[in-house]
Design a protein around this ligand. Structure first.
Ligand SMILES: [Mn+2]
Length: 348
């Protein structure tokens, strides 16, 4: 297992000096943020990020993410040009040692919560999704925590309308079209594509979502069989879906050689309407059996990249929601413990 940590580049309030002090930390997971979605990343920016990481003893082998332009997801006429740009980004990243690209294919919103600051009984706060709160959101006048600055209200409405005619099958076919062009380049460049599951794993605001469960993954892998076409096993995203058996999924897709990257976090299911709270990483704190998930990875030969996913705000920190230092660092040490124990017992 190679332990990594998400780093939002030089403007991240969490420095590489801090990240390197987390036990067993091997590298950062980052991206170029200086080019608009759909554009070609500047080679000097990729090189700069890598040298900053390397100067701190950290690798930069995972990119999260190279975002997919909405026109590719919509299947519009300019998609070929945008896919060419995407491919050029993969080539440029590969040139600087990148081995894994995390991306997603969710229309418009690549995550959804109803609060960034749910107050937990222990005094910490975390992201949460309440179905009751979700029902109060007016899809015609969207104001969502964490999203209000991403698009102007008009842009958002226009984009939502463009998806009205896009069915689940259309979106799936657009993903396959994209991967059929991208995967051959990944084979050539020794890069793994790791699709991030839908977060949460169901449709929102009438927008289709197609990477929500095991059946969705099986369909994707049947359409594009190369094992370069793999997943980011995000336990918290899949795990918000109560029918997803994460232990089984970890076992099955590790055996297939398709788990290229793992996001480990726990969620606590609230009520029985889909509501959930993000909690500390330990099994006991949430609804997912984190130890059994890690065991399934190790027993089946997983040796890829892992990062602690969202943490709570603790110790008085007022970090970027989900991405503060302290709880993710505690999560990292917990992940280290699970892997060390299971690797000692089961790794051949
Ligand atoms: Mn994730």
């Amino acid at each position: 297992m190679k332990l990594t940590f998400r780093w939002y580049g030089p403007s991240d309030s969490i420095s590489l000096d801090y990240i390197r002090e987390i036990p067993n930390m091997s590298g950062v997971v980052t991206a170029c943020y200086d080019v608009h979605v759909g554009g070609v990343w500047k080679e000097e920016s990729i090189k700069h990020l890598k040298s900053l990481a390397n100067e701190h003893g950290l690798a930069m082998e995972v990119i999260e993410s190279i975002p997919v332009h909405e026109h590719i997801k919509l299947g519009l006429s300019d998609r070929d040009e945008l896919i060419d740009n995407y491919i050029e980004n993969i080539r440029r990243c590969a040139k600087y040692g990148v081995k894994c690209v995390c991306y997603n294919f969710m229309p418009v919103f690549d995550w959804l919560r109803t609060t960034m600051h749910h107050k937990n009984p222990d005094g910490s706060d975390s992201l949460a999704y309440s179905y009751e709160e979700f029902l109060k959101v007016d899809p015609k006048n969207l104001h969502l925590p964490g999203w209000d600055e991403s698009y102007s209200p008009e842009e958002l409405q226009n984009l939502m309308e463009m998806y009205h005619k896009v069915s689940h099958d259309d979106l799936f076919n657009n993903l396959v079209y994209f991967l059929k062009k991208v995967i051959p380049v990944c084979e050539e460049c020794d890069v793994n594509m790791a699709i991030h599951p839908d977060d949460p794993p169901w449709d929102v605001f009438g927008l289709p979502r197609i990477i929500s469960n095991e059946a969705d993954l099986d369909r994707l892998f049947a359409a594009v069989p190369s094992t370069r076409n793999g997943i980011t096993l995000c336990t918290g995203s899949f795990g918000a879906g109560r029918n997803n058996n994460l232990v089984h999924m970890a076992e099955k897709y590790t055996k297939q050689g398709r788990v290229h990257f793992v996001h480990l976090r726990n969620v606590k299911w609230e009520k029985d309407d889909g509501s959930f709270t993000e909690v500390g990483h330990c099994t006991k704190d949430g609804s997912l059996d984190m130890a059994e998930i890690v065991k399934a990875l190790v027993v089946n030969g997983f040796d890829g990249y892992v990062r602690p996913d969202h943490g709570r705000n603790i110790f008085g920190e007022n970090g970027k929601p989900g991405y503060g230092l302290y709880d993710r660092a505690l999560g990292a040490t917990y992940i280290n413990g699970l892997f060390e124990a299971f690797e000692k017992i089961y790794k051949k």
